[in-house]
Design a protein around this ligand. Sequence first.
Ligand code: NAD
Length: 240
Amino acid sequence: MSRPSFSVKGLHVLISGGCGGIGSAFAKAFIAHGASVTVTDLQPPSESLSALGVAYHQLDVTNDEAVEALAKKIDRLDVLIHCAGKLIRWEEHDPKVFRNIVDIHLFGNVRLAAAFRPHLKAGKGCMINIGSMYSYFGAPQIPAYASAKTAIVGLTKSLAIAYAEDGIRVNAIAPGWINTQISRRGRENPEFNAKVLARLPAGKWAEPEELAGTALFLASPASHLINGVTIPVDGGYVAS
Ligand SMILES: NC(=O)c1ccc[n+]([C@@H]2O[C@H](COP(=O)([O-])OP(=O)(O)OC[C@H]3O[C@@H](n4cnc5c(N)ncnc54)[C@H](O)[C@@H]3O)[C@@H](O)[C@H]2O)c1
């Protein structure tokens, strides 16, 4: 191999939950590096994201038919990123709520993977799943979220092996403590926030843009040997 290429120029990227904090930051980073981006979400993109020319489709990732219908509308896809997510503190002990949270994070991931596998196969593309610090630790307030995020690690390994015959790579990013809507209540709880900061070598919550370099790398040819792994991007939290 000659010099490694870190380019994502010309790639077509689809980001579920792409109008949220991390999804939007990923969308902007891929566009800045010459990729074209489609975002899907329950909510529309911000003005700043729309202004960059992203395509937007409203999509509930828990809806089988809607995911399949979207896959029929999209001709080409090189990078699939599942960023849609939700958590509901304490209520996740109710089995109905538990089911919904797992449906979004885990089954949503499976639905998108199955629907877009043919597209990714055609372009020898890749998937980037999203884990969490709760891929590694239990979470008494959000047991469904933690279960789904732990399962994402296994799903990522399993799909990496299964899809290798199609030339598709499957990896995941496990973000640390990121300043977005989903984590707002934890951040604003002084006791919880103090516990996080006490263990966090980086010493501060990160901005979603700080994860984007890892996503670009995982989508680029330079990472072609990386497959089936979940990479903590966490300011050193799991190491400490
Ligand atoms: N922020 C953090 O600290 C952190 C840490 C670890 C992992 N994560 C994960 O990163 C991913 C992105 O989260 P974020 O931090 O950007 O949060 P966010 O709340 O800003 O974004 C989540 C997005 O998912 C969308 N969504 C929720 N339910 C959906 C559904 N059924 N169908 C489609 N879209 C739906 C929301 O509308 C929202 O735009 C999630 O998987 C989250 O669990 C976040």
